[in-house]
Design a protein around this ligand. Structure first.
Ligand SMILES: C[S@@+](CC[C@H](N)C(=O)[O-])C[C@H]1O[C@@H](n2cnc3c(N)ncnc32)[C@H](O)[C@@H]1O
Length: 197
């Protein structure tokens, strides 16, 4: 077995043992330990949330009073009393407007682990993933509290630098990182941002 597959298997097993719905849960645990983005009593919005590993992690981190909202194209099974789930395509403006109406306030942290269907053609996948991430960023003024933070998945490639530059204009602190759980060969990385201006 290749080292990469062995690593994937290890985290899949660990997720099962610890009751997480995806091995992605360990990415959020690791990145939050590093950047301390999600705190007790925060309100969180998670884009591309199915099957719900990040929602499970965030739900625990924001206790006792924080709330978590998750949205995905796919259905997500209920998680906890402090988690609200929306199903829809975030490319449809109405889906995000609907979430905004329901929550009636801005959130402290925005998460996105969003990934389009993978075609296997790197350039297309990179473009599609960055387009989705940009849609989310464009709604930050409506969705994110001043001084809020975000953690965003991004596929590496030529469109990443302009996206990073835009984030640097809007946040005082921006870091790019590849968590241990991500496969080395994948072009996936995460952008952690603090203090939305
Ligand atoms: C890597 S998975 C997220 C895993 C999740 N963070 C977890 O811990 O379980 C990426 C998700 O993005 C969702 N997605 C992709 N395009 C979307 C869109 N246009 N609107 C909403 N969700 C989308 C996919 O359905 C998929 O569930």
């Amino acid at each position: 077995m290749r080292l990469e597959d062995a690593k994937k298997d290890h985290y899949r097993k660990l997720a099962k043992e610890q009751g997480y719905r995806s091995r992605s849960a360990f990415k959020l645990i690791e990145l939050n330990q590093k950047y301390n983005l999600i705190k007790s009593n925060d309100n969180i919005l998670d884009f591309g949330a199915a099957p719900g590993g990040w929602l499970q992690v965030a739900s625990k981190l924001v206790m006792p009073k924080g709330k978590v909202i998750g949205v995905d194209l796919l259905p997500i099974k209920p998680i906890n009393d402090n988690v609200t789930i929306f199903q829809g395509d975030i490319r449809d403006e109405k889906v995000v407007n609907n979430i905004l109406n329901e929550i009636g306030r801005k959130v402290d942290v925005i998460l996105s682990d969003i990934a389009p269907n993978i075609s296997g053609i790197w350039k297309i996948d990179h473009n599609n993933q960055i387009d989705l991430t940009r849609l989310i960023i464009n709604r930050f003024p409506d969705l994110l509290e001043k001084n809020g933070g975000c953690l965003l998945k991004a596929f590496d490639g030529p469109m990443l630098k302009p996206l990073e530059n835009e984030l640097r204009k809007n946040f005082t602190n921006v870091k790019l990182i590849k968590p241990k759980v991500s496969r080395n060969a994948s072009s996936e990385l995460y952008i952690a941002c603090r203090n939305f201006r």
